[in-house]
Design a protein around this ligand. Structure first.
Ligand code: OGA
Ligand code: MN
Length: 293
């Protein structure tokens, strides 16, 4: 089946049509999707009425799937449930419930699983029940952000390694959000500040809410630099806003984009199911950038 690809933003993001993700996919089609993903960083598929099993089957074409953190909705399974609907009672989860506050942390710009030693390659998010207004997901291109840095800044950050920490990003929202067990599950990790796609050589500025500080630099100084780079990367000109329709699937490259959720009327249901394809290896170790980054 021939894929049709239409760009949705001058710098990244493409809508892909001519493919039905509810059906088994042949290797040639999966290869074409993978090539489009490496090229455009974000793929939008419309009208995909998938079950969880079909979403998992599609996702597994791109590598092994991550399991969700203990204590999250879907913990221990390959499905992340980003939802304000209680999966047992069907009631709206109140905004001050810890589950909701954890969901709201997604409103900070981030790259999925950058707090894991092997960070995520792709996230695949299915809009099961979307809101008419609000609840958009925004994406920022880290490639264009890297390219737009001054040569001086590019030189300054080359080879730098940042510490990423889930406990750090969550403590920004609510220091009591994580239990000891949840913190112990994901100790701080090292990530290269600049990532390069091995297929096409494109470099990306790997920042986001989990990035705490920079190794070999005083914490406050590193934090200030990370903040400056994050502000740079998330300027309007680098941002695409996805307005969800029911049955949309959006697949993004966590190496090359940041994303964040936007607020909505929390009394209205919003149900999103995500699968996450694991990356190939760590991007840094022992304070050094690894070639596989
Ligand atoms: C995610 C995420 C934001 C949203 O699925 O990883 O951060 O808009 N989602 O639901
Ligand atoms: Mn996310």
């Amino acid at each position: 089946m021939a894929l049709a690809i239409e760009k949705l933003h001058p710098l990244f993001v493409a809508e892909v049509s001519g493919v039905d993700l509810t059906r088994p996919m042949d290797d040639a089609t999966a290869g074409a999707v993978r090539a489009a993903f490496d090229e455009h960083s974000i793929l939008v598929f419309r009208g995909q009425d998938v079950t969880d099993e079909q979403q998992v089957a599609f996702s597994e074409h791109f590598g092994p799937l991550e399991r969700m953190l203990v204590g999250s909705q879907g913990g221990g399974t390959p499905l992340a449930y980003l939802t304000n609907v209680d999966r047992e009672t069907g009631a709206i989860i109140p905004p001050d419930d810890k589950r909701m506050i954890r969901n709201l942390c997604n409103m900070l710009w981030h790259s999925d699983s950058s707090f894991k030693k092997v960070p995520a390659l792709a996230s695949i998010l299915s809009g099961r029940e979307v809101t008419g207004e609000g609840g958009e997901t925004q994406f920022a291109t880290l490639r264009a952000a890297y390219d737009a840095l001054t040569d001086d800044m590019k030189r300054r950050i080359e080879g730098l390694v940042a510490e990423h920490s889930f406990a750090y990003s969550r403590s920004q929202v609510d220091p009591t959000l994580l239990t000891r067990e949840m913190k112990d599950e994901v100790p701080p990790v090292q990530q290269s500040l600049v990532r390069q796609n091995p297929l096409n050589g494109r470099k990306a500025l790997y920042v986001g809410s989990h990035a705490s500080h920079i190794l070999g630099m005083p914490v406050e100084e590193g934090r200030a630099l990370l903040g400056r780079l994050l502000d740079h990367a998330t300027q309007d000109r680098f941002v695409y806003t996805h307005r969800w329709r029911n049955k949309d699937i959006v697949m993004w490259d966590n190496r090359a984009v940041l994303h964040r959720g936007r607020p909505w009327d929390y009394m209205k249901p919003r149900v999103m199911h995500r699968t996450t394809v694991a990356g190939h290896g760590p991007t840094a170790a022992g304070g050094r950038v690894l070639a596989s980054a």
